[in-house]
Write a protein that binds this ligand. Structure first.
Ligand SMILES: [Zn+2]
Length: 479
């Protein structure tokens, strides 16, 4: 018997589901006395233990904080607090969970959950096994070790295209949408960075009164990240806030034409300025400078550093006890790091985001990979269920590639914060797993601890942390 890849996966998942149902239906299975009883469990994704996942088991169901689903499994998560609703996954087939409701909405209709999502200590918990299997992960529970094993789907083999035989008249199919998605737009250090899902040939022009640089991206369309904040159809304009630039007021972007689909990005200038427009992989750069001859990113032997402030827009990340949003704190620190790196003659910096926009985790990694970056650093703030958790920690995904970087960043940042040293450790965060260069993810401190939360929002503390990050990067790069 021969199965296609997909058929095999479906069968395997079905088998796993039946096995699990049978397991949990057995009368001999240890059951907790009360619905509130919880126990420790661990989660292993593709053979690697997920650290800091803090799952709890309620009525035999492993519940995980929603940030595990976004940060470690890499799915887009939209959390509507007022309605108590969590939407996971893309627009095509979202999974909708509601706090306190044992019914979830999926592409194939309503599904019953063994355990309703709940909020505990201001952390939202969702059933891991259900979410995992709905998102196409293989899920297996091992009772003896109290471990949930997750397996990412194997990418389907690419279907070979049949070359067209000359002379045959195949009817021309309706052209599929082959627009490149525009996934992220950021501006820092007089450099506009646009990340596309495929190669784009940009066209630029300048306008005066007021001074502007116009960049058109033919055959492109907005990706889900930029659309997350609302419609960007014809006539709608998105803006990118630009801070601390003497040259640039703001950056605007809009759908300029529908056929062919063309996105227009406009840099509003304070005065006329030279610029250099170029592409690297699927990245488009516009470097502003007075003589228009800025060398492209990474040339002249410069090291390319990608700074990734975590979360953004609807994804606020962890929310501290006084309401500080992780996305705001890490952006403030990230922009300070970028400003410091700009002064380094041997370093070029690229930001994955420079304002309150959302960039998908895969796209953050892709920006660094496309740029051929030398180092990737993601900046985060931590959160725990208890206010007693404190300290600075740094993560790497692959020890041989990234442990030295992670150790170096941890050494400098922990010395700057003075927080407890939680060490440099392994974890499979998507952004450091999918980047191909040395990458680390630093958790500056805990937003769930009031002292650390207060400090992390202070200007001088953030500057001290930014200086430490730059010192760590320079030590690692040897520049
Ligand atoms: Zn985070």
């Amino acid at each position: 018997m021969k199965f296609g890849n997909l058929a095999w996966k479906k069968t395997a998942l079905l088998f796993a589901a039946v096995l699990l149902l049978a397991l949990f239906a057995l009368p001999g299975t240890v059951r907790h006395a009360s619905a509130a009883a919880t126990a420790e469990a661990s989660i292993v994704l593709d053979g690697q233990t997920i650290n800091g996942a803090e799952p709890v088991i309620v009525n035999q169901t492993t519940m995980v904080p929603i940030r595990v689903v976004s940060e470690q499994l890499g799915y887009s998560v939209n959390w509507n607090q007022s309605e108590g609703r969590v939407t996971i996954g893309g627009e095509a087939s979202p999974l909708v969970l509601t706090i306190g409701s044992a019914t979830a909405g999926s592409a194939s209709g309503n599904v019953q959950l063994e355990q309703a999502p709940f909020v505990r200590s201001s952390t939202t918990y969702v059933p891991l096994r259900f979410v995992g299997s709905q998102m196409g992960l293989g899920v297996k529970w091992e009772q003896a070790s109290r471990t949930v094993y997750l397996q990412s789907p194997v990418p389907a083999p690419s279907v070979p295209t049949v070359p067209e035989t000359p002379g045959t008249t195949t009817p021309t199919p309706v052209a599929p949408s082959n627009n490149a998605s525009i996934d992220a737009i950021s501006f820092s250090d007089n450099r506009l960075t646009i990340s596309a899902g495929a190669a784009v040939t940009p066209k630029s022009s300048t306008l005066a009164g007021p001074d502007r640089i116009v960049v058109d991206l033919p055959n492109s369309a907005f990706g889900p990240g930029l659309l997350a904040n609302g419609s960007l159809g014809l006539g709608k304009v998105g803006t990118l806030a630009v801070e601390n630039s003497s040259l640039v007021k703001q950056v605007r972007y809009s759908l300029f034409s529908e056929s062919p689909s063309t996105i227009r990005v406009v840099i509003d200038l304070n005065r006329a300025v030279g610029y250099n427009l170029y592409t690297e992989g699927n990245l488009i750069f516009v470097d502003l400078n007075d003589d228009g001859t800025a060398p492209p990113v990474g040339t002249d032997g410069k090291k390319v550093v990608v700074i990734d402030p975590g979360h953004g827009d609807h994804d606020s990340g962890g929310v501290g006890i006084t309401g500080v949003k992780e996305k705001d704190m890490v952006l403030q620190v990230g922009l300070k790091v970028a400003a410091l790196l700009k002064q380094e003659p041997n370093i070029d910096v690229i930001m994955t985001r420079s304002d309150d926009t959302f960039v998908a985790l895969d796209d953050r990694a892709k920006i660094a990979n496309d740029a051929g970056a030398d180092v990737f650093l993601s900046i985060h703030g931590n959160k725990a269920n208890t206010s007693s958790a404190v300290g600075t920690e740094t993560y790497y995904a692959d020890a041989s590639r990234s442990k030295t970087l992670s150790d170096t960043i941890q050494k400098h940042v922990q010395a700057a914060t003075g927080f407890r040293d939680r060490g440099s450790k392994q974890a499979n965060y998507v952004v450091i797993r999918k980047t191909t260069m040395p990458g680390a993810l630093v958790e500056i401190g805990f937003l769930s601890n009031s002292e650390e939360e207060t400090l992390m929002m202070q200007e001088d503390f953030q500057q001290k942390v930014a200086l430490a990050i730059v010192a760590g990067l320079k030590e690692y790069l040897g520049v």
